[in-house]
Design a binder for this molecule. Structure first.
Ligand SMILES: Cc1cc2nc3c(=O)[nH]c(=O)nc-3n(C[C@H](O)[C@H](O)[C@H](O)COP(=O)(O)O)c2cc1C
Length: 344
């Protein structure tokens, strides 16, 4: 009431240009306040959701710390000439995290993988005649506590051949990329959950920081849930409702362990989402990324509808569906190469 009165009075009293400047100044002030609120919201989510302040007590964060530690060993062993004696601090971290995890959850797949990395570490050092008296009894104790020996193919390193990599990579990816479009018309054919699952498995091969795999997908096939999710997003009008399935791509904050990793969720989650888009494309499904560039209220509402935990970042939504026989797509021309590639 008061706001309407002030608006009315200003419109009557001020010339149009002054009114415009006033409106612009108001919008700038409003955006500054919104930015401060939204940044505080992001800060709180990271502080509470990341493993930063609960790396020793929260089981998923202990596991992330374990993966990070045993991956340091894997990385060391994957170098051209690993240095005998390397990574003792990483081994100590693996032993500590594995014990913590076993104490929290009992035998775990990640401990099996850690044991595989440690076995490779031991093998490398035995071949190089390095004494591991400090490690061997503790490794035996860990193996006993885990109750399973390392499973072949689960962790450690593996020898691969260039010819095999090149043979598998010999695809016409330029055409594959060029023929992917954001799809804004879908056919009525339902999307099989098994296809989405297949795409997610493919997307899991996306690189992630220390292989901690923060990416997750929440898939909605049920019309009511799809509709409620799409209603919260501003870029799907007049086509979202045709999608056979709506995906919410998230990134698990509890896999991030330091202040420096405060943006890692956006990076790993974004890369995971990109792989997912290409995986869906390879399986014959069309998709359209749907931005999640929102302020706290919308984010909270989406979490409520999708049951998305507080310790996950929402990266984007994806509308997914089968393609009609013929359809129009936006050309979306790209910048010239010179604008994008700078040789240093
Ligand atoms: C993070 C992200 C958010 C997007 N959000 C929307 C959206 O809300 N609505 C929409 O129609 N398209 C959206 N897009 C699709 C872009 O408009 C599209 O990718 C771009 O124009 C390039 O076209 P192409 O995907 O067909 O190559 C989004 C894309 C990305 C990567």
């Amino acid at each position: 009431m008061i706001v309407s009165f002030i608006k009315f009075a200003l419109q009557r009293c001020l010339p149009a240009t002054a009114l415009q400047s006033l409106r612009a100044a108001f919008h700038r002030w409003r955006d500054r306040v919104a930015l401060r609120r939204s940044t505080a919201y992001d800060h709180r989510r990271f502080a509470d959701g990341a493993g930063l302040f609960r790396a020793e007590t929260h089981a998923p964060s202990i596991e992330a710390s374990l993966i990070k530690a045993y991956h340091r060993i894997e990385k060391g062993l994957a170098l051209r000439e690993p240095r005998p004696g390397f990574g003792r601090d990483a081994v100590e971290a693996v032993l500590l995290d594995a014990q913590r995890l076993l104490a929290c959850l009992g035998p775990q797949r990640s401990v099996t993988r850690a044991l595989a990395a440690l076995d490779e570490y031991v093998h490398f050092h035995l071949v190089h005649g390095v004494d591991l008296a400090w490690l061997l009894p503790r490794l035996t104790a860990l193996r006993q506590a885990q109750g399973r020996s390392a499973i072949a193919g689960e962790g450690g390193i593996v020898l691969v051949e260039r010819a095999r990599i090149h043979a598998a990579a010999r695809l016409d990816l330029a055409d594959f990329f060029a023929r992917r479009h954001s799809i804004r018309q879908f056919s009525a054919e339902p999307v099989a959950a098994v296809l989405v699952a297949q795409a997610v498995v493919m997307a899991q091969k996306t690189p992630s920081v220390c292989n901690r795999e923060s990416g997750m997908v929440h898939a909605a096939f049920e019309p009511g849930i799809k509709e409620r999710l799409l209603a919260l997003q501003n870029g799907n009008r007049r086509f979202g409702e045709q999608a056979g399935c709506v995906l919410v791509v998230t990134s698990r904050l509890d896999t991030f362990l330091s202040v420096g990793e405060r943006y890692q969720g956006w990076i790993d989650g974004g890369m995971f989402a990109m792989s997912l888009v290409y995986a869906l494309h390879s399986l014959g499904l069309g998709s359209c990324c749907l931005n999640w560039s929102v302020e706290p209220e919308a984010d909270i509402a989406l979490r409520r509808v999708g049951g998305i935990p507080d310790d996950q970042l929402v990266i984007m939504l994806l509308a997914v569906g089968h393609l009609p026989e013929r359809l129009r797509v936006a050309q979306s021309p790209r910048r010239p190469l010179d604008d994008v590639l700078k040789i240093l």
